[in-house]
Design a protein around this ligand. Structure first.
Ligand code: ARG
Length: 463
């Protein structure tokens, strides 16, 4: 096992780090994930040093080329720095100096690892946010395709997990589409605060060199630069915002996961799980387990944990950079990996792992009292005060339950004994499909509204 030499630091140091402390201190095992962003950031910095005359044009070009060579080496699997490098920034500087000689030692002019790492993390997150947004789009597409096939499939709707009113299955699925739409928009909003350049803030106070921060910001595609150098090197709000947006994505995925899990249970039997997305038991041969949604539900906790971890990491930090901030990376990397993996898995589950069972669903909505509100609405539409109608129907439900009957089983005589307002059309009014169709208020589950919502959703994906 190699350990860092004392050559990293200035001659103030006489001996090397204790080997265990060297490992404790090092971030190279994980911040190697930032390598390409570190190279890109360093190339912009080197170009700026040349452009402003802080180093010569030829030196600048040598640095840029040397950094590009490291990129090639990395992509070919030849650049594998160990713990002796401490972190990705030192690893690059060291390799650069091996490649281009002493000029490599000029790269760090007018820069600190503090503004450097802030730049790298932002570049990384900007890319990842864009990719996660594309995964959200794929997830929405899968929801929409499924919804389009199930406008007229009915499913019991619940409040308090008690049968409430029947729904168009498409309406139920589109609720998740809406959540995902907010997730997509929210990430776009977070990206705006990720996309600010800290490069040039130096260690904490700026630099005496005549740097050009606008130049590096523009080269790296940042929309603006931090206006205060202390804030620039120590701000991690954007990381917390990202973890928060990621947590909400997980909340939404986890809610859907929970529904799929109980829909697939013997108690509900609303869906069957496809073989490509479920697993068996090692002992019970009859079992098919919903591992995918269970894992999504389970992984939600770690994303929440990262949000909490980042918040606590920040809360006591005096200005400006503190090594605590090195802890932001694993939290972010794992959040990205987890959210990406869960979005991909849930998308595949919707595409091929889930088959709704229309007969089961039809039977479910036909064998309950979820049309009771409609009986009350029927009378209310005829001028009976709603509360009066509501009380009357409550009584009918009670007597029907005792007689082991459903509302549709009552004879017209029985209805009319209850209230003279009932006529033969009561049967049509309480048929499940009509119960759904009737809820045609804006944003409701009525089929016409659902078709409008599908169109609107399709347009969102296409725009
Ligand atoms: N590896 C460090 C991090 O991730 C880089 C910045 C180190 N800066 C410092 N002043 N020690 O935060």
């Amino acid at each position: 096992m190699s350990t860092p030499s004392n050559s990293t630091w200035s001659q103030r140091f006489e001996s090397a780090l204790h080997p265990t402390i060297a490992h404790f201190n090092a971030s190279i095992d994980f911040d190697i994930a930032l390598l390409e962003h570190d190279l890109t950031g360093s190339q912009a910095h080197a170009q700026m040093l040349g452009k402003t005359g802080i180093i010569s044009a030829a030196e600048s070009e040598q640095l840029v080329q040397g950094l590009e060579t490291i990129r090639t080496e990395y992509r070919q699997g030849q650049f594998q720095p160990g713990v002796e490098a401490e972190d990705v920034h030192f690893a690059v500087e060291r390799r650069l100096t091996e490649l281009v000689g002493d000029v490599g030692k000029k790269l760090h002019t007018a820069r600190s690892r503090n503004d450097q790492v802030g730049t790298d993390v932002r570049l990384y997150l900007r890319d990842q946010i864009e990719q996660i947004r594309q995964h959200i789009r794929a997830f929405q597409q899968a929801l929409l395709t499924l919804a389009e096939a199930h406008v007229e499939t009915l499913i019991p709707g619940y409040t308090h997990l008690q049968r409430a009113q029947p729904l168009s299955l498409a309406h139920h699925l589109l609720a998740y589409f809406e959540m995902a739409q907010r997730d997509w928009e929210r990430l776009g909003d977070v990206a705006r605060r990720v996309n600010i350049s800290p490069l040039g803030c130096g260690a904490l106070a700026g630099t005496p060199f005549p740097i050009d921060r606008q130049f590096t910001a523009e080269k790296l595609g940042f929309a603006s630069v931090y206006g205060n150098s202390l804030d620039g090197v120590s701000d991690r709000d954007f990381a917390i915002e990202f973890a928060s947006a990621a947590s909400l994505i997980m909340v939404h995925l986890s809610r859907l996961a929970e529904e799929v899990i109980f829909w697939a249970s013997e108690e509900f039997r609303f869906v069957t799980l496809g073989d490509s997305c479920s697993t068996g038991s090692s002992i019970m041969p009859q079992k098919k387990n919903p591992d995918v949604p269970e894992l999504v539900r389970g992984k939600t906790g770690r994303v929440f944990g990262h949000l909490q971890g980042l918040l606590v990491m920040m809360k006591g930090l005096p200005l400006a950079y503190n090594k605590d901030l090195q802890e932001d990376k694993e939290a972010l990397f794992d959040t990205v990996r987890t959210v990406t993996g869960c979005l991909e898995a849930m998308t595949i589950l919707l595409q091929e792992g889930l088959t709704f069972r229309p007969q089961r669903l039809t039977a479910a909505v036909s064998e309950d009292f979820s049309n009771a509100t409609d009986v009350a609405d029927y009378l209310a539409a005829k001028g009976v005060p709603f509360r009066e109608a509501y009380n009357l129907v409550g009584k009918v439900v009670k007597t029907s339950l005792a007689a082991n009957k459903l509302l549709k089983d009552l004879t017209l005589d029985e209805w009319q004994t209850l209230h003279p307002g009932f006529e033969a059309d009561i049967y049509a009014a309480i048929a499940p499909a009509q119960v759904v169709a009737a809820r045609n208020s804006e944003g409701g589950t009525g089929f016409d509204q659902v078709r409008l919502a599908l169109k609107r959703s399709r347009q969102r994906l296409e725009s």
